[in-house]
Design a protein around this ligand. Structure first.
Ligand code: HEM
Ligand code: NAG
Ligand code: NAG
Length: 508
C-alpha cells in the first residue's frame, strides 16, 4: 500500500513541470484578469473587497523569487523591507502560485494562529506531503490533524518531560560534551554538526529507543541527512535530483521504522506484558488506533520537526553567545550556582527544580529564538472570508504569517538586530538592568578569515563537562560562521541555507 502510494506520488511529481507549464498558460489567459475579485463580488454584491495593497508580479511565479531571495537570518531581507515600506505590514502578493496575503503584523499573526481550523488552516506546498507523508501533521487539517496532535501532545506530557525527557537530555548532553575534551580527536568542530548529532540522537531515542553510537542509529542518521537535503530542495523528481534521492531515503527510513514496529509487535505478543519500551512508537501502537502507515508518517515527521528546529536553535545559541562574552559569563554564574546547590543537597542529577531556576538561560533561549528565527514564516489558507483591520481577505487565498518580521520589528523590540538576552529579564521585571551586547551584525564584519581567534569561551568547559577542564583554549569554527556576507553580517550562510529550506519546506 505504502509502496503504491509512493509510486503514484512520484509519478505525479515527475509531471509537475508539465503541470506547471499548463497552469502558467491558464493563468496568463484567465486568472490574472480577475485575480480573486470576481468571486468575492459575486457573494457580496454591494462593494468591492478592500484587499490589502500590493503587487502581483510575474504570471504564476508572482514575486516568489524575490520573496525567497537569500538574506541574513537576523534581518527580514530587502524584499520584506521594501514591501512593508511601500504597502504596510499587511500586503498582498502572488507567491508559490497562489494569491497571498503576507502578514508582518503581530496582531494579524496572532489572529491567524488563534483561529486555526475556524478561519484558517494549514496549507503547505504539495511537495511536503510527498516527502513527509500524507499523514504528516504539516499536511493534515481538521479532525485527523487534531487526533495526530493529541497523540503527540499526550506523549509529551509534563510528567514525562520531568521523569524521562530531562534525564535523557542530560545524558545525551554529557555524551556529546565528552567528545569535546581536548584529548579527543580534533580540536576544531562544527557547532552545527554537533547540535544535529545531539538532537538526532535524542529524537531517535525517544521516538523508537535507538541508542546513540550504535551502527543502526548511525546508518539511520546518514540516511536522514540525504532525506533532509531533499526536503529543502526543489521538488523535481527525476533520477539524480536531491528530491529524488530524498524520496528513496524516505523509503529506507520508513523501512527501518517498520522493522522496529514488527520487532515490537513480536515482543508484545511473546511476553504479553507491558514490557514495551517507553517511546513514541510504543505509545502510538498502544494508545491509538492509527494504521501502520499513519504511525510511520507520524514518526518520520516528528523526527523531522523536532530535529531540524532544535538543532538549528542550539547552533544559533552557540553562535550568538560567542559574540557576547557577558552573557556567557552570566550563564556560567547561573549554572555554577545551581551546581553548587545541587552538590550541597548531595545530588548529582539535574532536577526539574534546577531547570526552573535557570532564569537567565531562559532569557538566552528566548533571545536566540527571536533573533535566530528558526521558522521564518508559516503557510496558511483562508477558509472563510476574513475581515481584519479594514482589510478583506477572501476565502481561498493564502496567508503567510511572517514570524521573523514581528521578531525584528523595531516598534516591538528595541534595537531588534542586537543579541540582548537581558531584554527578556527587563520584561519580566527581573533584577538586572539590560546591558546589550554589540550586535551580531556588527561583530561579524571582520572575522571569518581569522577563525583561530574565535576561541571557545573559557567558561564553557567548566560548567558543561564533568571534568572541568582548566585549559579550554580550543578553537572552534562553527559552520555557520565560515562565510561572511558582504554587508558584514555573520549570517550569510545561514540566510542561504534558510532560503533553500523555505523553498522546500517553508516552515522548517
Ligand atoms: C526550537 C525548536 C522548535 C521550533 C522553533 C519549532 C517551531 C514550530 C513551529 C513554528 C510550528 C508551527 C508550524 C505550523 O503550524 O505551520 C511547529 C509545529 C510543530 N512542532 Fe515544532 N518547533 C521546535 C521544536 C519541536 C520539537 C522538539 C518537536 C517534537 C518533539 C516539535 C514538534 C512539532 C509538531 C508535531 C508540530 C506540528 C503541530 C501541529 O501541526 O499541530 N517541534 N513547530
Ligand atoms: C480511532 O477511533 C476513533 C473512535 O473510535 C475514531 O473516531 C477515529 O476515526 C479512529 N481513527 C482512525 C485513524 O482510525
Ligand atoms: C520567553 O518567551 C515566552 C513567550 O513569549 C514568555 O512567555 C516567557 O516569559 C519568556 N521567558 C523569559 C524568561 O523571558
Amino acid at each position: 500500500m505504502a509502496a503504491i502510494m509512493a509510486s503514484i506520488t512520484s509519478e505525479l511529481l515527475f509531471f509537475l513541470p508539465f503541470i506547471l507549464l499548463a497552469l502558467l498558460t491558464f493563468y496568463t489567459s484567465a486568472v490574472a484578469k480577475c485575480h480573486g475579485l470576481h468571486r468575492w463580488s459575486g457573494r457580496t454584491k454591494k462593494r468591492r473587497p478592500n484587499l490589502p495593497p500590493g503587487a502581483v508580479g510575474w504570471p504564476f511565479i508572482g514575486e516568489t523569487f524575490g520573496y525567497l531571495r537569500a538574506h541574513p537570518a537576523t534581518s527580514i531581507g530587502q524584499f520584506m523591507d521594501q514591501h512593508i515600506c511601500r504597502y504596510g505590514k499587511i500586503y498582498r502578493s502572488s507567491l508559490f502560485g497562489d494569491r497571498t496575503v503576507v502578514s508582518a503584523d503581530a496582531g494579524l499573526n496572532r489572529y491567524v494562529l488563534q483561529n486555526e481550523g475556524r478561519l484558517f488552516e494549514c496549507s503547505y506546498p504539495r511537495s511536503i506531503g510527498g516527502i513527509l507523508g500524507k499523514w504528516s501533521m504539516l499536511v493534515l487539517v481538521g479532525d485527523p490533524h487534531r487526533e495526530m496532535r493529541s497523540i503527540s501532545l499526550n506523549f509529551l506530557s509534563s510528567v514525562r518531560l520531568r521523569a524521562v525527557l530531562l534525564p535523557e537530555v542530560e545524558r545525551h548532553t554529557l555524551l556529546v560534551l565528552r567528545d569535546w575534551l581536548p584529548s579527543s580527536s580534533s580540536a576544531v568542530f562544527s557547532a552545527q554538526h554537533e547540535a544535529k548529532k545531539f538532537t538526532f540522537n535524542l529524537m531517535a531515542k525517544n521516538i523508537m529507543s535507538m541508542d546513540p553510537g550504535e551502527e543502526e542509529t548511525e546508518r539511520l542518521r546518514l540516511e536522514y541527512i540525504t532525506f533532509m537535503k531533499g526536503v529543502v530542495s526543489a521538488p523535481l523528481n527525476f533520477p539524480g535530483t536531491a528530491y529524488w534521492k530524498a524520496l528513496k531515503s524516505r523509503a529506507t527510513i520508513l523501512g527501518v521504522i517498520e522493522r522496529k514496529m514488527e520487532e515490537r509487535l513480536e515482543k508484545m505478543n511473546k511476553e504479553a506484558s507491558s514490557m514495551e519500551e517507553d517511546d513514541l512508537l510504543g505509545w502510538a501502537m498502544k494508545q491509538s488506533n492509527l494504521s501502520k502507515e499513519q504511525i510511520l508518517d507520524l514518526l518520520l515527521s516528528l523526527l523531522f520537526a523536532g530535529h531540524e528546529t532544535s538543532s538549528m536553535a542550539l547552533a544559533l545559541a552557540i553562535f550568538f553567545l560567542e559574540g557576547c562574552p557577558k552573557a556567557v559569563e552570566e550563564l556560567r554564574e547561573e549554572h555554577l550556582e545551581i551546581a553548587r546547590r545541587q552538590k550541597l543537597r548531595g545530588e548529582c542529577k539535574l532536577s526539574w527544580e534546577d531547570y526552573k531556576e535557570m532564569v537567565f538561560t531562559q532569557c538566552v533561549i528566548n533571545e536566540t529564538l527571536r533573533l535566530g528565527n528558526v521558522v521564518r514564516f508559516l503557510h496558511r489558507k483562508v477558509i472563510r472570508d476574513v475581515h481584519y483591520n479594514g482589510y478583506d481577505i477572501p476565502s481561498g487565498w493564502k496567508i503567510l504569517p511572517v514570524l521573523a518580521a514581528v521578531h525584528l520589528d523595531s516598534s516591538l523590540y528595541e534595537d531588534p538586530s542586537s543579541f540582548n538576552p537581558w531584554r527578556w529579564a527587563t520584561r519580566l521585571g527581573w533584577r538586572r538592568t539590560a546591558t546589550s551586547c554589540p550586535t551580531a551584525a556588527a561583530r561579524g564584519s571582520a572575522p571569518g578569515r581569522s577563525s583561530p581567534s574565535s576561541r571557545w569561551p573559557s567558561s564553557c568547559t567548566t560548567w558543561c563537562s564533568t571534568s572541568g577542564g582548566s585549559s579550554p583554549s580550543r578553537t572552534r569554527r562553527s559552520s555557520t560562521r565560515s562565510s561572511t556576507s558582504p554587508r558584514g553580517c555573520p549570517s550569510g550562510s545561514i540566510g542561504l541555507r534558510r532560503r533553500r529550506k523555505e523553498k522546500g519546506s517553508k516552515a522548517f
